[in-house]
Write a protein that binds this ligand. Sequence first.
Ligand SMILES: Nc1ncnc2c1ncn2[C@@H]1O[C@H](COP(=O)(O)OP(=O)(O)O)[C@@H](O)[C@H]1O
Ligand SMILES: [Mg+2]
Length: 466
Amino acid sequence: MTSTAADLIAGISDPLAAVLAEQRWFAGKDRPIRAVIPVRATDLAGSDPRLIHAVVEVDQGESPRDRYQLLLGVRSDLPEFLGHAWVAACGDQAVYQAVHDPELTAVLLESIAHGVEVAGLRFATEPGVALDTEQRSRPVGAEQSNTSLVYGQTYILKLFRKLAIGRSPDLELHRALAAVGCEHIAAPLGSIEGWLGAEPVTYGMLSEFLRSAVEGWAMATASVRDLLGESLLIERAPGPAKPNDPADAGGDFAAEAHRLGHAVAAVHADLATALGASRASPGYLDTLATGMQRRLDSVASQVPELAPHVDALRAAFNEVREIDSPVRLQRIHGDLHLGQVLRTVTRWVLIDFEGEPMVPLAERTAPASTLRDVAGMLRSFDYAAHHVPLGDTDPELHAAAALAWTTRNQDAFCDGYAQVAPDPRKDAALLRAFELDKAVYEVSYEHAHRPAWLPIPLAAIARLTH
Ligand SMILES: Nc1ncnc2c1ncn2[C@@H]1O[C@H](COP(=O)(O)OP(=O)(O)O)[C@@H](O)[C@H]1O
Ligand SMILES: [Mg+2]
């Protein structure tokens, strides 16, 4: 007898827990899983293969428990190409991760195209969009916080994994930006939404796939590699060693950084047009500085290497309280870095407006200063410059070349930004505080996960506070 979708999932709780723990998008890797509990499960298609959409709660001893979206396939004969997606046996059938099965993911695209509603799941196109449902999918190579499927060379469907209660800012901001004709996004084409209890939830977002796109991070690090390669040649040549000037390197990135700054400012302007901007209330700067200092205290108590910088950091955050020029607040990207921007043949595009994944939704959707996004990008340039492995280069020359690259591209980015909006460097105290706050976060992250990288944010803190 065929079991219901909910019974089937309840019956494979243990193997599901093991599979979840291995997923890149699973946020609770640091804690053991006690149980995987189905919250809802809906049959979307077929009997063999069968497609089940599910939401599970993962019990890791905390409350509230995190919730994840799963797509499970069920087949009596699992073809070899799906072997790696296997999750569990259920009777004489195999249960597997359906995102790897183009026959089943086709159902998602068809459901969006036809506006299917089933058991509270709403598949829909954006107004006026007609989809080609013949396209077949493959998951994108580098999995990140979520799972994205590329259909042909035409569409990309992002399936949100860890579910936040409330509509996703990614979908909300893409819709708002599309409505005002923003050029620097991938057009939103469809969605999968629903309800968990009384709260709306976003399961998926379908967008235009930018087939010519290259990630900003890949372009920036290629430029750094080029500069370091040339520096190495100079270092080995006879005569005194000196760092190469990034302006002379073949792979100079500054013109791109300039265009990127222009694009980010244009998106900020469009977000203000679409969703409004307002002047911060008088208490805003105090609250902001207090939050930054609280984060500093907590990181400093865990990372002894931060100790020599604490006084200077506290002073920099205190300066924020003294700012007397008006601060504008509006919706921003919220997690902007070189991995969240794509370069197509014609333009820079910002993706992933979800905000920082670990931050509660209410905070992610609160109006903020656009300088936070600018600071995120400035920090990302610094990381790109230091990402390329040292090899056997002279560490001092390497550091000088990396710093020259960072400064040149940060300046170019701000110059480009200033063509559209006020120059972010004019609000020096606030911009610096956002950069330092981000660097403090990086210190805590590197301390916990990549101690060898700790010198990158520490050096930036030293530079910014000297
Ligand atoms: N519209 C698009 N066109 C081409 N590639 C895209 C597009 N959107 C996202 N990608 C690729 O998919 C990856 C993940 O997308 P992203 O929205 O950042 O998801 P996540 O929440 O998992 O970080 C990106 O780093 C990028 O390489
Ligand atoms: Mg991303």
